[in-house]
Every structure is written in C-alpha cells, then in structure tokens.
Design a protein around this ligand. Structure first.
Ligand SMILES: [Fe+2]
Ligand SMILES: [Fe+2]
Length: 336
C-alpha cells in the first residue's frame, strides 16, 4: 500500500498497480486541464464530491420549479403564462440532465431521489422563500437565475465531462430565464407607482438570499479549495459573489430600481463594488430547515413523487414488455 499525493494535495491509499496507474492518469488529466470521463479511474473523494454537487444541483432545479409553477395560472396574460410555463419546463429538463450526469458516477437515480425525499440531500436554500407577488417572478428570473448563471458559466469547464457538457445547455436556457425576469421587472418599474413598488419589494426580498446562493464566505467554505484543485470549481464563493454584484448594479440602475444595501458603493481602488455583510445566521437557519417554505416544498415534492408512481410503473412495464418482445425476436432469428 503506497500513499500517493493526488492533485489537490490530499493523501489517499493506492492499493493496486491498476489504481496507481489510474491515479497517475487522473493527476495528468487534471494538470493538463483536460476532462475525466465516466469510465476513467477517479479518486473516491472526487466521485463523492461530484455526486453530492451534481445531485444537489439537480434537486435544486426540481424544487425550484415550485415557487414559479405556483404563478402559471395567475400570470397576467396568455403570453406571460406561456413564457413562464416554458421556463418551468426548462427547469425540469435541467434536473433531468443533471440526474443523468450524476448517474454516470455510479449512483442510480432512485437512490438520489430517495436522498432528497428523506431530507438527507440538500437543495439551494433560495427555493425555501415564498413567491408572494407577480413581481417575484421578475425578481426570481433576474436575481436567482442571474446568480445561477454567474455560478454555472464557469462550471461549463468543470473537469468531469458529463457535468460540464450538461452545464453548456443549461446556461443557454438560464440566460433566457434571466432576460424574461428582467423584462417583467422593467415593465412593472415603468408602470403605475403601485406596480413599481411591487417590483421594488420583490427585489428587496430576493437580493440578500440571491447573494447567498454562492455559498458561505471563503473562510467558512472548507471544501472549496479541494474542488478548485480538482478543476470542478474555478472561482471561490466570494469571487463569484463579487462578479454578480458588479453585474447587477448597472442592471438595477437601468431598471430604475434600487438594491437594498446602504453599504453598496463603487470602490475605485479595487475596481469593484463594495457591499454590506449578509445575514449568515438566516442562511444557516434556512439550510437547517427553518426557512419560510422548507416544510411545504418537501411535502409538495413527496406528494408529486407519490402521484407519479403510476407513470414509473407504466414505464417499467413498457420496458419489460419491449425487452421480452426483443428477446422473442432474437430467439426466432437464432432459430431461423
Ligand atoms: Fe435551471
Ligand atoms: Fe432557470
């Protein structure tokens, strides 16, 4: 048994010559900033980190459908209903690509799903906030999908092939989501004073939680360094958060809305906007299950899973019949 220093500097026990060769190949691929594919050898920690990250991401897409699906029937016009429905369907698709990517790492879909339903797996805390008004559809699209893009564009270059490739398509759709959100807010902020106020209230409620989507501050994010060494993550939480703030300040000005942070101001020296401390106690409390909608979101997901049982059974039965028919055809061919 030899101890090998893997990419990222952590020690792992390599037991066989095959594993040793696998480790060397893995380290070379990471050093060359190239891609690891499902059949390649990979360290257990890398596999586990990816299963956790990719499935958490998939769960977030699926749970994230809830606050917006809630507004499809109440959207103010047929056009708005159609756009919102398309967006919510996109999120379902994102969940599906990502579950498929996670499955290539060896954990089956029903296990991932069970982890979500049992409460063992987490999803993005932003989806535990309620969508109270139509303007929230704007704020979610602009800020939440916007933060998702800032987070996900660098993930298109993630070292794990299936994850990176899934992110390319997802990011294209997220840009559409962000623009539709921005446009909802633009119309409201140029409407009646009451509409403008509704838009401002929505931005006030979603700004802080959207900034928290990048995760805890770097000092409090112990796994980030390893994820960066493995070329999964390309920028730290705080770097991504800063990029996002720099991006949305001029967009808020164009909307004619303000961002609810008295400390937000341009810092000439840094070439970035400074912004105030976020409420990390609130973040931790929402992650711990005490957000305004945690219970409701999970209840709804479990109910949807139960309601979908007949679809899964029908699909399995169809697959069984197809396989049996194929086997009969194969047997007849051999017999002929
Ligand atoms: Fe998405
Ligand atoms: Fe989205």
């Amino acid at each position: 048994m030899a101890a090998t220093n893997t990419a990222g500097g952590h020690l792992s026990a390599v037991q066989t010559p095959e594993e040793q060769a696998g480790q060397e190949y893995f380290d070379r691929v990471i050093a060359e900033d190239s891609r690891i594919e499902p059949r390649d050898w990979m360290p257990e920690g890398y596999r586990k980190t990816l299963v956790r990250q990719v499935s958490q991401h998939a769960h977030s897409e699926i749970i994230g459908m809830q606050p917006e699906a809630n507004w499809i029937t109440r959207a103010p016009s047929l056009k708005r209903k159609a756009i919102l429905m398309a967006k919510v369907q996109d999120e379902a698709g994102h969940g599906l690509y990502l579950y498929s990517a996670a499955e290539t790492l060896g954990t089956p879909r029903h296990v991932l799903n069970q982890q979500l339903l049992s409460g063992k797996a987490k999803y993005s805390s932003i989806f535990n906030y309620p969508a109270r008004t139509w303007a929230d559809m704007g704020a979610i699209g602009w800020l939440v999908d916007g933060a998702a893009i800032a987070n996900q564009v660098p993930l298109c270059r993630a070292s794990y092939g299936p994850y990176g490739r899934a992110m390319v398509r997802i990011c294209k759709e997220e840009s559409f989501h962000q623009r539709q959100g921005w446009e909802i807010l633009f119309e409201l902020s140029h409407g009646t004073p009451a509409q403008k106020q509704m838009a401002q209230d929505a931005v006030n409620r979603f700004y802080g939680p959207a900034l928290q989507m990048f995760g805890p501050p770097d000092d409090d994010s112990p796994n980030s360094r390893q994820s960066m060494a493995w070329n999964i993550k390309r920028f730290s939480n705080d770097e991504l958060r800063q990029r996002f703030v720099d991006m949305i300040v001029p967009q808020a000005e164009a909307l004619g809305l303000t961002l609810p942070d008295p400390d937000l101001k341009w810092n000439e020296e840094r070439g970035h906007y400074d912004f105030g401390e976020l409420d990390w106690n609130e973040f931790k409390s929402v992650i711990a299950g005490k957000g305004p909608c945690n219970v409701q979101r999970m209840q709804r997901r479990r109910q949807a899973h139960e309601n979908g049982a007949w679809v899964r059974e029908a699909a399995a039965e169809y697959a069984r019949k197809e396989a049996a028919a194929q086997q009969t055809a194969d047997t007849a061919l051999i017999g002929a």
